[in-house]
Ligand binder design. Structure first.
Ligand SMILES: *[C@@H]1O[C@H](CO)[C@@H](O)[C@H](O)[C@H]1NC(C)=O
Ligand SMILES: *[C@@H]1O[C@H](CO)[C@@H](O)[C@H](O)[C@H]1NC(C)=O
Length: 201
C-alpha cells in the first residue's frame, strides 16, 4: 500500500515537473502560421544562409549563426531583428546580395529534447524565413534595440568601433515543418496576422 502511495506521488511529481519543464505550449500543428510565430519568438538565435561572396566559396550557400529577437519576451512581432557589423563575413555577403534565409528550430529550446523529438523530425517544429536583409532606422531601430538588448544584454558591451547597426529580415516566404506530410508555406500576410496567444472569445 505504501509503495503504491509512493508510486502515485512519484508519478504526480514527475508529470508536474515534466509539464513545468516543457511549459512551452506550442500551438496546434494545423495552425501553421501561429506555430511559425511561436518558433520565431522562442528562438534567440538563427542560422542565417547567404550567398557567399568570399573566395573560394563565391556563389555557394553559406550558413552562419546570429543572435535574433522578434521582440522582448512575451511581445513578439514576428520580425527577426539582428545587430550586425560590416566587418562580419556574412554581412559582407549581404552587401553584395541581401537575399538570405533564417532557420530557427524548437531544438534550440528544451521542447524537443523533453518530448523526445530528434531535431530533424518535423515534430520538432522548425521554420525557414526567407527574404532580403534590410537595415532599419528611426523608431524601428529603437524597437530593434529594445528587442535585441533585452534578450542579448551582452550586445550592450560589444565594441563601439565595429559600426554596429540594426537590421531585419524583410520576410517574403515562411516555410514551416511542424508535422508529417512535407513543408508548409505560409504567406507573410498570414504569418503577421497570426496571434501568438490563443484568442478568448
Ligand atoms: C520588403 O519586401 C517587399 C516585397 O518584396 C517590398 O515591396 C518592400 O519594399 C520591402 N521592404 C523593404 C524595407 O525593403
Ligand atoms: C487573420 O486572423 C483572423 C483571426 O485569427 C482570421 O480570421 C483571418 O482569416 C486571418 N486572415 C489571414 C489573411 O490570415
Amino acid at each position: 500500500m505504501l509503495s503504491v502511495t509512493w508510486t502515485v506521488c512519484f508519478l504526480f511529481l514527475w508529470f508536474s515537473l515534466l509539464s513545468s519543464a516543457s511549459s512551452l505550449r506550442i500551438p496546434p500543428y494545423d495552425e501553421v502560421a501561429r506555430v511559425a510565430r511561436f518558433v520565431a519568438h522562442q528562438c534567440d538565435w538563427a542560422s542565417m544562409a547567404t550567398v557567399s561572396s568570399h573566395s573560394p566559396l563565391q556563389g555557394r550557400p553559406f550558413s552562419n549563426t546570429f543572435s535574433v529577437s522578434d521582440g522582448p519576451r512575451g511581445s513578439g512581432t514576428g520580425v527577426p531583428y539582428l545587430y550586425l557589423t560590416r566587418m562580419e563575413v556574412s554581412v559582407q555577403d549581404l552587401q553584395v546580395n541581401p537575399a538570405s534565409s533564417l532557420s530557427m528550430s524548437l531544438a534550440q529550446t528544451d521542447y524537443c529534447r523533453l518530448q523526445g523529438f530528434d531535431p530533424q523530425s518535423p515534430l520538432c517544429a522548425h521554420i525557414i524565413l526567407s527574404g532580403d536583409m534590410v537595415e532599419v532606422e528611426g523608431v524601428e531601430a529603437e524597437f530593434a534595440q529594445k528587442a535585441l538588448f533585452t534578450r542579448h544584454p551582452e550586445m550592450m558591451e560589444w565594441p563601439v568601433d565595429h559600426g554596429w547597426f540594426f537590421a531585419k529580415l524583410n520576410i517574403t516566404q515562411v516555410w514551416v515543418l511542424d508535422y508529417f506530410g512535407g513543408v508548409k508555406k505560409v504567406t507573410p500576410e498570414e504569418y503577421f496576422n497570426a496571434t501568438l496567444h490563443r484568442q478568448h472569445h
